[in-house]
Design a protein around this ligand. Sequence first.
Ligand SMILES: Nc1ncnc2c1ncn2[C@@H]1O[C@H](COP(=O)(O)OP(=O)(O)OP(=O)(O)O)[C@@H](O)[C@H]1O
Length: 264
Amino acid sequence: MHDVDFSVYPNEVVALVGGNGAGKSTLLEHLNATLVPDDGELVVEGTPVTEDNRQHARKEVGFVFQDADTQLVAPTVLDDVLFGLQNYGVPDSDTQERAREALATVDASHLEDRVPHYLSGGEKRLVGLAGVLVLEPSVVVLDEPLAGLDPERSQLIADRITQIHEEGISVVLSTHDLEFAAEVADRVCVMADGNIVGSGTPQTVFYDDVLLENANLHPPSAVRIAREAGLTPTAQPVTEADLISLLTASAEEEASQRTVQDKR
Ligand SMILES: Nc1ncnc2c1ncn2[C@@H]1O[C@H](COP(=O)(O)OP(=O)(O)OP(=O)(O)O)[C@@H](O)[C@H]1O
């Protein structure tokens, strides 16, 4: 990575997109000081992070790994979620209740006695998220949160991201799924060759053909369909839901014009 200037503001969802090897995971791993820059500065909640105070960044920035096995270490799911709390010295009297609440927020209460290693990929991702949320971080970082998930689990993760956002926590995620980025992100950053080459709202980024082409990305299907259907001079839908409401509104408009003509 070189010359990267990246900030996360309170209560926003940022999606990092870019081709394989663009540097998304590397940038994310700097956010909680898993990696510390050789040159330059990482500041978390006003405190510069150094080799000696990584713990501050770890506490404020919760990281959900793509490979959840990296994260899940205890004999049961509940123990795993408790582990972080105990590590940060939270009194034992509070920990069980907080851990169970965290599992409930990701719909994973039924997994609490299971052995983490034998969970499915999607279940591991949810438990990893619970283990992060229980520590009440300011920022949650998710590396490829949908990788290997079925549509139902993907929607669950998307819903949880929206919920975390509504609770005032910032979210930074990396993804190859631009439809998902369009659905959840306030801001999209495009990465290529170890740098951020463009950023903006999903509309700004996903209608910028030159930027997407330079980063080897294809626009989300809603953007392609809107263009093919000639809708883009007046609207810039980026999600399927945007497109459906636009097409519905335009069909209703057409129907009402036809009724007026018929009456004449
Ligand atoms: N510790 C490391 N030492 C040297 N090079 C590394 C290290 N970690 C990652 N890289 C290299 O940095 C580049 C960016 O990797 P990174 O995993 O950040 O990309 P990415 O955008 O997340 O890719 P993908 O979408 O394929 O997961 C790759 O070329 C990778 O080989």
